[in-house]
Design a protein around this ligand. Structure first.
Ligand code: ZN
Length: 153
């Protein structure tokens, strides 16, 4: 179940913020709205369809707002802090950069049909099939192994 705490956890894990503000349920709803627009827009591109008008408006609106910026501290280290607005602006602007990037062709859908994740295939041969080996990749291998070794009845 998604909660404002999971949004905070994700922003730290994704390396977007070092210190997260106290997110509210409304912040979470807004973040999910942007996440879904990002997802639909990438999906549309993968299927050679234009994005929806509503997603274009939403993503452009966020992308024009001030983004997260790192701060240099007196000891020479840096710290990333910011607001939800800055976070969503960064996500939207990063997506627009990605859509214009020749590397967009490396964006793939996970081969596991139960999984809805998209990922960037950074393998040298460009032949990665799963979002992650530890999750879908291993599950697919175990399934294939069981299929090969199933005893006939
Ligand atoms: Zn997957």
């Amino acid at each position: 179940m998604l909660s404002p705490a999971s949004l905070a956890e994700w922003t730290r894990a994704a390396g977007l913020l070092d210190e997260t503000p106290e997110f509210t349920a409304r912040d979470l709803a807004e973040a999910v709205e942007v996440r879904e627009a990002v997802y639909r827009t990438v999906w549309a591109r993968l299927e050679d369809r234009p994005p929806t008008e509503a997603d274009v408006d939403l993503l452009n609106a966020h992308a024009t707002r001030p983004r997260l910026v790192p701060t240099l501290l007196p000891d020479g280290s840096t710290r990333r802090e910011g607001t939800l607005s800055g976070l969503l602006a960064t996500l939207a602007a990063d997506l627009l950069d990605l859509l214009g990037d020749p590397d967009f062709g490396r964006i793939k859908r996970c081969a596991n049909t139960d999984c809805t994740r998209l990922y960037i295939d950074s393998s040298r041969g460009g032949n990665r099939q799963w979002c992650g080996m530890s999750e879908c990749g291993n599950r697919a291998k175990v399934k294939a192994f069981r299929r090969r070794h199933r005893e006939p009845h």
